[in-house]
Ligand binder design. Structure first.
Ligand SMILES: NC(=O)c1ccc[n+]([C@@H]2O[C@H](COP(=O)([O-])OP(=O)(O)OC[C@H]3O[C@@H](n4cnc5c(N)ncnc54)[C@H](OP(=O)(O)O)[C@@H]3O)[C@@H](O)[C@H]2O)c1
Length: 332
C-alpha cells in the first residue's frame, strides 16, 4: 500500500511517500481503508520530536517508533480483529488510528464510531482528536454552564473552532481570541465577541471570564489569571512557542502548583479519545450544533505540504489529507 513514512525526526521534508506492507489489525482493532486523515499539532510534534520530553515518553529517542504518521481518520472497515464486536467489514467509521497517512490503518475499536450521517469522510476525518479535546476542555475541565462567560484563546485553530461551537451549544457567552484575518470566521462559527490579539489585550482588566480555555499563543499565567474571575477556571489545553525543551510545560506546572492555594482553579489535561465522546460529538454534529471547519485538503502524496501549512499557522480550522487510495471512494 502507499504510505507516508518518516525514518527520522525533523521538519516536513522527512516525510516520504513509499510502498510498504499493509498492516494487520490486532484482536481488539479494525483495519480501516482510509479516505481522509486529519492533520493536527500532535502529528507535528511526533514528526519533529519536539518538545524533547515526548521522545522520553516512549515515542522513540532518535527516531519515531511509529514510522507512519497520522492519527485522526475516517474510512471504511476492511477487516476486524477477533475480539471486535461493534464493527464489521463495510462500516463507515471515524476516530483515532495508528498510521493514518496511508491507504490502510489499524484502529482500536474503542476509539472509533460510525461516521455522522450528515458528514463527508473529509469532514469526519477532522473530528476525533480536535473535537474530543475541545469537548473534554469545555465539558469536563471547564465545566461550562449556561450563562458562563467563556474566553477561548486560539479560537480559530483546530481545537478552538470546535471549542467555540461546543461552548455555545452549552449555553455560554463566548469570546474568541484570534489574529486579524480570522476574526470574521470566529464570529461566523458562533462567538458572541471576537478579540484580535494583535490589537487588543484580553487581559486589560475590562472583562473577566468564568472560564478560560487557553488553546493557543502561550499567554503568561499572570495575564490569564488577570482575565479570570476570582473563582474562575483556567484550562490550559496547549500553546506553541514554549521552547524545544519545555514546550510550555513550565507554565502548566506553575498553574498546577499554584491552584491549591488560590480561589481560581488552574489546570490542564491530556485528551483521552474514546468511543463515548465520539458519540457525544456525533450527537452535536447531527443536531446541527457542531460543524467541522475544513481549511484545506491535500492528497496523500502532499502530506509534507499539509504539515508545512499547519506549521505556517495560516489554517482556519482543520487541514485534511484525502484521496489515500487509487480511487477516491470518499463520495459520501
Ligand atoms: N491537551 C491536549 O490533550 C491537547 C490535544 C490537542 C491539542 N493540544 C494542543 O493545543 C494547541 C492547539 O492545537 P490546535 O490543533 O488547535 O492548533 P492550531 O490549529 O495550530 O491552532 C493554533 C491557534 O493558536 C492561535 N494563536 C497563535 N498565536 C497566538 C497568540 N499569540 N495569542 C492567541 N492565540 C494565538 C491561532 O490563532 P491565529 O491562527 O488566528 O493566529 C490558532 O487559533 C497545540 O499546542 C496542541 O499541541 C493539546
Amino acid at each position: 500500500m502507499k504510505a507516508i513514512v518518516q525514518d527520522t525526526y525533523g521538519s516536513a521534508n522527512v516525510l516520504e511517500l513509499r510502498d510498504i506492507a499493509r498492516p494487520r489489525a490486532a484482536d481488539d482493532e479494525v483495519l480501516v481503508r482510509v479516505h481522509a486523515a486529519g492533520v493536527d499539532r500532535g502529528v507535528w510534534h511526533l514528526m519533529t520530536g519536539l518538545a524533547y520530553p515526548i521522545r522520553l515518553a516512549g515515542y522513540g529517542l532518535r527516531a519515531p517508533k511509529t514510522p507512519v504518521p497520522g492519527m485522526d481518520l475516517a474510512g471504511v472497515v476492511e477487516t476486524v480483529g477477533s475480539d471486535v464486536t461493534r464493527f464489521r467489514a463495510g462500516d463507515e467509521v471515524f476516530g483515532v488510528g495508528k498510521g493514518a497517512y496511508a491507504e490502510y490503518a489499524r484502529a482500536p475499536e474503542d476509539k472509533l464510531a460510525p461516521v455522522p450521517a450528515n458528514l463527508t469522510f473529509e469532514q469526519a476525518g477532522a473530528v476525533a482528536i480536535s473535537g474530543s479535546t475541545a469537548l473534554q476542555a469545555v465539558r469536563d475541565h471547564g465545566k461550562v454552564r449556561p450563562g458562563h462567560h467563556v474566553l477561548i484563546v486560539g479560537a480559530s485553530g483546530g481545537v478552538g473552532t470546535y471549542a467555540v461551537q461546543i461552548a455555545k451549544a452549552s449555553g455560554a457567552h463566548v469570546t474568541g481570541v484570534c489574529s486579524t484575518a480570522k476574526t470574521a470566521m470566529v464570529a461566523d462559527i458562533g462567538a458572541d465577541c471576537v478579540s484580535d490579539y494583535t490589537r487588543e489585550d484580553f487581559a486589560d482588566g475590562n472583562h473577566r471570564y468564568d472560564v478560560i480555555l487557553d488553546i493557543g499563543g502561550n499567554t503568561s499565567l499572570s495575564r490569564l489569571r488577570r482575565a479570570l474571575t476570582d473563582t474562575g477556571r483556567l484550562v490550559i489545553v496547549g500553546g506553541e512557542d514554549g521552547g524545544r525543551w519545555l514546550g510550555g510545560m513550565d507554565r502548566v506546572l506553575r498553574a498546577q502548583l499554584l491552584s491549591p492555594f488560590v480561589r481560581q482553579t488552574l489546570g490542564t489535561f491530556m485528551n483521552r479519545e474514546n468511543h463515548e465522546d465520539l458519540l457525544a460529538l456525533t450527537q452535536l454534529i447531527e443536531a446541527g450544533k457542531l460543524t467541522p471547519l475544513i481549511d484545506r485538503t491535500f492528497p496523500l502524496s502532499e502530506a509534507p505540504r499539509a504539515l508545512q501549512h499547519l506549521e505556517d499557522g495560516h489554517a482556519r480550522g482543520k487541514i485534511v489529507i484525502t484521496g489515500h487510495g487509487t480511487t477516491i471512494a470518499g463520495h459520501r
